[in-house]
Write a protein that binds this ligand. Structure first.
Ligand code: AHR
Length: 322
């Protein structure tokens, strides 16, 4: 990393010198951030706006990578399309930004563009989801949740509280790190033989609803739905109620995320268990980008801490950030 980014480390050193000079001439506010032209230019490719989680994550990133905090942010929403993300990444290379960050919609298919980023000597920070690539040393650092552990946590609740459940698994975007790892973790705990069917709802409420409508026809014995995110679980509620059944009672619902609407459903008794996936880590991303730009050593991965909810009070819900 240090060798690869000599040009950028040099830029960082120059920036630090001029900021030090500026701050020496200033009235001594103690902060040199945002005081000159030396903003860190960041190209951020967000994968989409498919869920409440994603909206909260975008807000957190944009609230942290501000000019006041020392960043010149170019933020692009890929609308859940890999080709849009690849185009955005190539645009960032053409702009010669200081650092590229992105949240990959699926795990594979990035080899070529990651090689191009490396050739351009632009450090890459991975956010939220992971990549599966043959490129050696493809990124500087990754910040996100432990998706496999989230699936395991959900599975352990099911195993303990509904051991004979006939489970329908509502998968996220196929091939995404969040789908692959949550499914692997959950299935390893509950056992494939307890899962009556699976289908993808692409992490959206509308597609989750459509998948559950079809599942209730195809697998009428279903009495528990494991949804890879809250939004699809909320779609499942609509489908279950439309079929004349009671969500949370006739058909239990276990989800991942812990966004406001999901935890409201838990409070209302329509969800039974929610494993959190905290989207509010913009500050950690900002901190990592500053360190990357300065050429500092970073851990290869930083796991965002999650909790899980079997119940929640109105007060606790109101106090949450998202
Ligand atoms: O990658 C994180 C997942 O992506 C969240 O669980 C989901 O809501 C989002 O779409």
């Amino acid at each position: 990393m240090a060798g690869r980014n000599v040009r950028r480390a040099g830029a960082a050193a120059l920036a630090a010198l001029s900021l030090a000079a500026l701050s020496a001439c200033s009235s001594g506010s103690g902060s040199d951030e945002g005081s000159g032209d030396e903003l860190i230019s960041v190209g951020f490719s967000q994968l989409g706006a498919e869920s409440g989680w994603r909206t909260a994550n975008t807000e957190s990133v944009q609230a942290s990578l501000t000019e006041e905090a020392g960043f010149d942010l170019t933020f692009v929403d890929a609308q859940q399309k890999q080709e849009n993300q690849i185009k955005a990444l190539r645009d960032f290379i053409a702009q010669d930004v200081d650092v590229i960050a992105f949240s990959p919609v699926i795990e594979t298919g990035w080899d070529e563009v990651i090689e191009e980023i490396k050739d351009a000597e632009i450090p890459l920070v991975l956010v939220d989801r992971t990549v599966d690539t043959t490129v050696e040393d493809p990124y500087v650092t990754w910040i996100g949740a432990d998706f496999k552990q989230e699936g395991i946590t959900a599975g352990e609740w099911v195993k303990e509280n509904a051991p004979d459940a006939k489970i329908f698994e509502l998968q996220g975007t196929m091939g995404s790190g969040a789908q692959v790892d949550r499914e692997e973790g959950f299935d390893s705990v509950v056992g494939e033989e307890n899962i009556v069917g699976k289908a993808s709802g692409n992490f959206t409420r509308a597609e989750g609803k459509a998948a559950v409508e079809a599942a209730l026809q195809a697998y009428p014995e279903t009495n528990l739905i494991f949804a890879h995110n809250d939004d699809m679980g909320l779609g499942a509620i609509e489908a279950i109620e439309a079929a004349g059944k009671v969500p949370g009672v006739d058909i239990k619902i276990v989800t991942i995320d812990g966004v406001h609407d999901g935890l409201q459903a838990l409070l209302d008794g329509k969800f039974n268990y929610v494993v959190e996936c905290n989207p509010v880590f913009g500050d950690q991303i900002a901190d990592a980008i500053k360190k990357v730009y300065a050429g500092e050593e970073l851990p290869k991965e930083t796991i965002v801490v999650d909790q899980a909810f079997e119940s929640i009070t109105q007060e606790e819900l109101d106090a949450r950030l998202y």
